[in-house]
Write a protein that binds this ligand. Structure first.
Ligand code: NAG
Ligand code: NAG
Ligand code: NAG
Ligand code: NAG
Length: 383
């Protein structure tokens, strides 16, 4: 009791201690430490930010009796469901510990990064989404509500060297409006493989332009990357396992994707290797200028390469109002090997155009399938 009163007194005294005349406002503070949700609130003066270990609590946390000032102060500074860090332009950000998210009823994103020209290096530390609390095999289609996405990158610059661990559903949503590079990020949803409980745990969902994702690892139960809109997107030297491979789409009405390069990636033990999926009812969108080179795709259980305008079906009655054009496998070969009861290559077009150079495709194993490129012409390739 005495100690608590003394602490309360200290808290109340603190403002007076700070009430000395402040010196002329200098430029940015050298370093700011984020060790709580509250400390993340205003980083506009911080040229350097250190994120240290803290837990993001569920807002459902209640004030514990007695309802005194200190208790309320402590609760209000420690409980919140989501966190947003808006970094100053050009800020350098590092981590010195793990950020953990309590099980929450918030809808996500649970953590959002904003700012331009940011240099973020996580030092290998994790953002822990506590996925096992939510996983029930139903993903975002039902069951327990799952906050998604777990992380939103609205920032530009470089984000590197951190782990996104056990996301409730979709892991990282990419929505920058200036160039962004993501490298050495490990989306570790391996624990979701147990009893097939993890579902819809996409690694990267991209609706943005000028994005490079390179040297990352994704172990999950849905798309490694899903590109829903944008242009000038490079996905290179990544490792994808257990999920649904490298995807463009699904493309809904009015969405366009162009200028995508998938190079030197390794996809294994996945349902699909790589896909372009256009919603069967999508109108006035387009997918164009997609290039694969030097990828290794192995251990595919359903479809090695699937290009379809029938989504959500894999291969049925394609729509015809969103054009797919200029889809090429060139340069270093992309090698696709599928399991014995899987399809190597499926093309299900209702409106595809152009001459597609598939000279850099070698697909083996499994079964042949429907290859209907509509108006497009496919040249070369071994499949
Ligand atoms: C295709 O995309 C690549 C990569 O973004 C880009 O360099 C190239 O200029 C594009 N080609 C066309 C014809 O738009
Ligand atoms: C597409 O194929 C996958 C893998 O075989 C399967 O799980 C899924 O149900 C199929 N989708 C539809 C809509 O039939
Ligand atoms: C496009 O699909 C619609 C709906 O299925 C159909 O009515 C129409 O005839 C198709 N257009 C062409 C040019 O095939
Ligand atoms: C293909 O899609 C374009 C753009 O939506 C549309 O103008 C065109 O009529 C479609 N072609 C066919 C054969 O359906």
């Amino acid at each position: 009791m005495f100690a608590k009163s003394a602490l309360l007194a200290a808290v109340l005294v603190a403002p007076f201690a700070l009430a000395v005349p402040s010196p002329t406002k200098t430029a940015k503070r050298a370093t700011c430490t984020v060790d709580s949700v509250a400390a993340a609130a205003d980083l506009s003066d911080c040229s350097d930010v250190v994120i240290s270990s803290f837990t993001v609590e569920n807002n459902g946390a209640s004030v514990i009796p007695p309802y005194d000032a200190l208790n309320i102060l402590l609760i209000s500074t420690h409980s919140s469901e989501t966190v947003t860090m808006n970094f100053a332009q050009g800020a350098t950000v590092t981590m010195s510990g793990e950020v953990t998210f309590a099980s929450t009823v918030a809808s996500g994103p649970l953590i959002t990064f904003e700012g331009s020209d940011v240099s973020f290096n996580g030092g290998g530390f994790s953002f822990n989404g506590n996925g096992a609390y939510y996983w029930d095999g139903q993903g975002t289609n039902g069951g327990k509500p799952k906050p998604h996405p777990f992380m939103k990158l609205k920032a530009s610059g470089t984000f590197e060297n951190f782990v996104v661990l056990n996301s409730p559903a979709q892991a990282i949503s990419v929505g920058n409006d200036e160039p962004l590079t993501i490298t050495q990020v490990y989306v570790n949803n391996l624990a979701g493989n147990v009893d097939n409980l993890g579902h819809n745990t996409d690694g990267f969902d991209v609706s943005a332009s000028d994005v490079t994702i390179t040297n990352c690892i994704v172990q999950n139960q849905d798309d490694c990357i899903a590109i829903n809109a944008g242009n000038n997107i490079v996905f290179s030297n990544n490792i994808c396992s257990f999920g649904h491979g490298m995807s463009i789409g699904s493309i809904s009405s009015g969405k366009t994707v162009s200028g995508v390069i998938f190079s030197d990636n390794f996809v294994s033990e996945s349902m699909y290797g790589t896909r372009i999926k256009v919603d069967s009812d999508a109108t006035s969108g387009s997918v164009s200028n997609v290039t694969w080179s030097g990828n290794t795709i192995t251990g595919i259980t359903s479809y090695g390469v699937l290009i379809t305008q029938s989504y959500p079906d894999n291969d049925s009655a394609p729509g015809n109002d969103t054009i797919i054009s200029d889809v090429n496998f060139v340069g270093l070969p992309t090698e696709v090997s599928v399991n014995s009861d899987a399809y190597r290559i499926t093309v299900d077009c209702g409106n595809c155009t152009g001459t597609w150079d598939w000279s850099g495709l070698i697909a083996t194993g499994g079964e042949t399938s429907n290859v209907d490129p509509d108006q497009a012409t496919i040249q070369g390739g071994y499949y």
